[in-house]
Design a protein around this ligand. Structure first.
Ligand code: ADP
Ligand code: MG
Length: 679
């Protein structure tokens, strides 16, 4: 890498500004691509302006004033041969007042609006013109920048980078030519200095061949780095667990159901991984209710039978507790010792658990993120299972992995199915198993969209359903701004429901309850002694009560798609027909109605996840912004799905045949982007 501080032409302040952008080398500077472009290649006449478009004009200032009402503003009128345009500044410097004096000739660029006196521009950029000022020959790039670094200095810095003659190309020509992509050098030229007349909209939506080349390279870098992680893992040691001879078959014998085909398939994949000498990192995907827990339990028994410990981590206490109940039921007959850890435990109880874990007496350890705290020492952790993995950050998953020596196997489970493009890119370092079938005997859930105005009918519906011996959930609205307010809403709803349904036994479940209280409510609900459960979105994750077959979600328009799908998955777990009613308040935003439409039209977790991804983009979808996984800056998984396929294939080929190209490519891209973390 050619470091900028070895090139005298880059001044110290410039280098310091660039480093704030994460740019330290010439190639990194070349990869600092424009956010957008402006067209200063021609001059538009006032007569030809169009509202909403950006344009460059040239003319003379014919009027200028400082106005103080309604607020301080600098207002000027610019005149050309065809008409006049108002220029308006709400913040300005004395130098701007001077520049906008009557009689001055200016060239301005900005977005055209319709103002009180005809066309106007707010805060246009202005340049004085002399007789000889030329128009730009290429479109003007606008770059991401930091305070103190002007666009002009950035452009100069990049122009200088082009002069350093570093070869940016990392791929053999036949490789990119076969994909109909241009060379990297010509792509960088074209993106930093697009020719006049280049298609602005194709540039803006990154569909030009040059943008595609960059998107491809970025995807390739991502694939290469993920595949390298993957390969590295294959060289690390892990304990080997031969397939279980007794415990798993004893477990299966005791179950009231047979595994589905899909469960058998993924169980085999996991069984095989655990018998190998390097750590498994497998993501087990399966829609809500597809039966992931039993598969995890089988994996646990394989490790336990070999004499190793297993940790199972869940994101909420309710869910951890529920796993505990379920595992007790399954494993107590097999005389497996289970320990239990949460943040809110009494000290005495906790110390006992910690002791059981460190002595190795506890074979299976269940809990929340309390599991990876420092005090928790396993005797020998062989397998870490993480339920609802998308609820945990990368760091938390790593922390659990570090609890074992050698590195334990890892099984991650997720009910938020990950669309294929995402699992191919962000999860390319994991192996993925999919349960693509629900256990038999489930009746599909009927989803209804009902305006809040018809709330009375819905209340009637709840009454009837409970009278028939079923149970129902009433989910309170999500209040993003304030958890306190959310609590108040839940309590109010609870009081209201008690007033409306004096004949029903009603429970309240929210995040602020003490764990023991939560557990008491859940036990009552599971046992059928609570008929109507008023709850916040804490019931979203994992709660499993088969007799509950009606769910009403208030203000469904405020909730995310995956969240709605998860919530809805709490019903439809038994044989009875289930209904989920989404109450919404008019008037819906476009995004909210797109979400409600998607959830109404599909019960298929994958289709919903895809819709969610389309609506929110990968960062929000995966919660990557918090989790520290690198984001794609250029490529878009939807737009560039074809490139992703090619990048994946090429990555495999290069790793096999051309290690030097791999190194070059990763050097360029990982060196360029500070934020590609090493997981
Ligand atoms: P999830 O994949 O959402 O975690 P669970 O593991 O909680 O789903 O399973 C949902 C319910 O289905 C549980 O009550 C579980 O015992 C039951 N179940 C799992 N596998 C089967 C099966 N093959 N046949 C019938 N019921 C099953
Ligand atoms: Mg589950």
């Amino acid at each position: 890498m050619t470091a900028l501080n070895t090139i005298p032409a880059y001044s110290r302040p410039l280098i310091s500004h660039l480093s704030k952008l994460g740019i330290h080398s010439v190639p990194a500077l070349l990869l600092h691509l424009p956010l957008r472009y402006i067209d200063e290649t021609h001059i538009t006449a006032v007569r030809d302006l169009r509202v909403g478009e950006s344009a460059q004009l040239e003319g003379e200032i014919v009027h200028a004033e400082l106005s103080y009402k309604p607020r301080k503003a600098l207002i000027a009128r610019l005149e050309d041969a065809s008409g006049q345009l108002t220029l308006r500044f709400l913040h300005f410097y004395p130098s701007q007042i001077a520049a906008l004096k009557v009689g001055n000739k200016l060239r301005v660029y900005g977005e055209v609006r319709s103002g009180f006196f005809g066309y106007e521009m707010v805060h246009p950029s202005c340049k004085a013109v002399g007789e000889t000022t030329l128009v730009a020959e290429t479109l003007t790039p606008v770059y991401p920048t930091v305070a103190g670094l002007t666009q002009a200095s950035l452009r100069k810095a990049i122009a200088l980078a082009f002069k350093q003659n570093v070869s940016a190309e990392t791929l053999p020509a036949h490789v990119y030519q076969a994909l109909n992509l241009p060379s990297l050098a010509s792509s960088l030229q074209a993106l930093h200095n697009p020719a006049a007349g280049a298609d602005l909209s194709a540039l803006a939506n990154k569909s030009t061949p040059h943008w595609r080349r960059l998107a491809f390279d970025e995807l390739l870098a991502q694939q290469l780095s993920m595949r390298k992680h993957y390969a590295r893992r294959r060289r690390v040691d892990a304990p080997q667990f031969p397939p279980s001879k007794q415990l798993v078959s004893a477990l299966l014998k005791g179950l009231p159901f047979a595994l589905t085909q899909a469960q058998q398939k993924v169980a085999l994949e996991i069984e095989r991984d655990l018998s190998l000498a390097h750590p498994m990192q497998r993501l087990l995907q399966g829609d809500v209710g597809s039966g992931k827990t039993i598969v995890a339990c089988m994996a646990a028994l394989q490790a336990i039978e070999s004499g190793w410990q297993v940790a199972l981590m869940a994101p909420t206490e309710i869910l951890a507790e529920q796993h505990y109940q379920k595992m007790q039921g399954w494993l107590a007959p097999l005389a497996i010792e289970i320990a239990w850890l949460t943040g809110s435990q009494l000290k005495k109880e906790r110390d006992l658990a910690l002791q059981a874990i460190s002595s190795g007496r506890a074979q299976l350890v269940l809990g929340t993120h309390a599991l990876f705290q420092e005090a928790v020492q396993f005797k020998q952790l062989g397998l870490a299972i993480i339920d609802e993995q998308h609820r945990f950050g990368v760091q938390q998953r790593l922390a659990l992995r570090q609890k074992g020596q050698p590195e334990p196997h890892q099984l991650m489970m997720s009910a938020t199915p990950i669309p294929r493009t995402l699992s191919m890119s962000y999860y390319a370092d994991l192996d993925v198993s999919v349960i693509d079938e629900l256990p038999p005997g489930r009746t599909p859930i009927v989803t209804k969209l009902v305006s809040d105005a018809r709330r009375d009918e819905i209340l009637q519906r709840v009454r009837e359903s409970c009278a028939q011996g079923h149970q129902a959930y009433w989910v309170c609205p999500l209040i993003e701004e304030s958890e306190a307010l959310q609590l108040v809403t839940a309590q109010d709803t609870y009081a209201l429901m008690q007033a409306i349904f004096p004949e029903l036994s009603i429970g309240l479940l929210h995040g602020r309850l003490k764990p023991a209280e939560k557990q008491a409510v859940m036990t009552e609900f599971s046992a059928g002694r609570i008929q109507l459960l008023v709850a916040t979105t804490v019931v979203e994750v994992g709660v499993d009560v088969a007799n509950a077959n009606l769910m009403v979600i208030e203000h469904a328009e405020r909730m995310g798609l995956s969240q709605l799908h998860q919530l809805r998955g709490r019903v439809g777990r038994g044989a009875a027909k289930s209904t989920c009613i989404l109450l919404y308040q008019k008037k819906l935003s476009d995004l909210a109605s797109a979400r409600l439409k998607a959830i109404y039209e599909s019960n298929d977790g994958f289709a919903i996840a895809q819709a969610d991804l389309n609506l929110r983009g990968p960062g929000e979808f995966l919660g990557l912004r918090q989790s520290g996984v690198p984001m794609l800056k250029i490529a878009d998984l939807n737009r560039d799905a074809d490139l992703l396929l090619h990048a994946k294939k090429l990555a495999d080929n290069l790793l096999k045949d051309c290690p030097s190209a791999v190194e070059q490519h990763l050097n360029l891209w990982l060196g360029a982007a500070d934020e590609w973390v090493k997981v």
